[in-house]
Design a protein around this ligand. Structure first.
Ligand SMILES: C[S@@+](CC[C@H](N)C(=O)[O-])C[C@H]1O[C@@H](n2cnc3c(N)ncnc32)[C@H](O)[C@@H]1O
Length: 249
């Protein structure tokens, strides 16, 4: 019976961005839960397996594949995400009930506390199964973005907003700095009448990393063309950007 689950922040997918604590935990564990999406060749599944294999070349562990469903893309977004998380929790309950190992690890992209539902999902599983949780923080995409562009995200007395494209849609004018995760709606187009600087990064911290920065109005056409091309070629895009009122930086 499972007694403890570690949610391990794996950074952007390269072992060099794992913390020492994450490495120590991965090294001691003998069981890893690997989420797989039905019928999909998943880059994230492969990355998880690759990282574990690199940290544990002696292969003294077992991978337990968890068949997670796809999220329904129709209906109310919040309701569908809730239902999706509940169905994932249900699947985990069934799998973990039968597990004989006492401890298991679950690698989460970047940091488990930033735009990721696994912490809530495991808390839901805990309502039925008696195990403890430990979260191991990881390096998030936005930290790599700021490091690579060599910028400070915060200013003295300033506010930094973190959001998604659904969140940034609520703004008409940007007064503060804002970090946006994945912008499939190309929301940055809404702000070209403002004097803003963009610091953009795709596949940050990986060999495919691309960085772009400049006045939003000037560099946006290049960013949009590039992200569309990359999305088509690779099937997905990992992008994060910072928008900042220009007088600030
Ligand atoms: C579901 S969120 C998870 C974020 C993750 N927990 C973190 O801390 O980075 C996934 C989004 O994070 C952003 N992201 C994650 N890794 C990235 C990377 N290496 N480069 C650029 N953006 C990344 C992308 O916007 C991606 O769609």
């Amino acid at each position: 019976m499972i007694e403890k689950i570690y949610l391990i922040g794996m950074g952007p997918g390269d072992v060099k961005y794992l913390t020492l604590e994450a490495v120590e935990v991965i090294r001691k564990l003998k069981l890893f839960l690997i989420p797989v999406k039905a019928g999909k060749k998943e880059a994230l599944t492969l990355k998880r397996k690759e990282i574990i294999a690199q940290i544990k070349p002696e292969k003294d562990y077992r991978l337990l594949e968890i068949p997670f469903p796809e999220r329904k893309r129709t209906g109310s977004y919040k309701k569908e995400v809730k239902k999706w998380r509940e169905s994932k929790a249900q699947i985990l309950k069934e799998v973990l009930k039968k597990e004989t190992e006492k401890e298991g690890g679950f690698l989460v992209w970047g940091d488990p506390s930033i735009y990721d539902g696994h912490l809530e999902i495991f808390k839901e599983v805990q309502k039925e199964l008696n195990f403890s949780l430990e979260v191991i923080p990881g390096i998030s995409a936005f930290q790599i973005l700021s490091a690579k562009h060599q910028i400070s995200l915060t200013e003295i007395g300033g506010t930094l907003i973190f959001t998604t494209p659904r969140g940034i849609k609520k703004f008409t004018q940007l007064q503060d700095r804002i970090v946006v995760f994945l912008d499939n709606y190309e929301t940055y187009k809404n702000f070209t009448s403002q004097n803003l600087k963009i610091y953009w990064g795709a596949y940050l911290g990986t060999p495919e990393e691309i960085l772009f920065s400049g006045n939003l109005k000037e560099v946006l056409p290049q960013i949009i063309e590039l992200r569309r091309k990359l999305r088509k070629e690779k099937g997905f895009i990992m992008e994060t950007y910072l928008l900042s009122p220009i007088s600030e930086l």
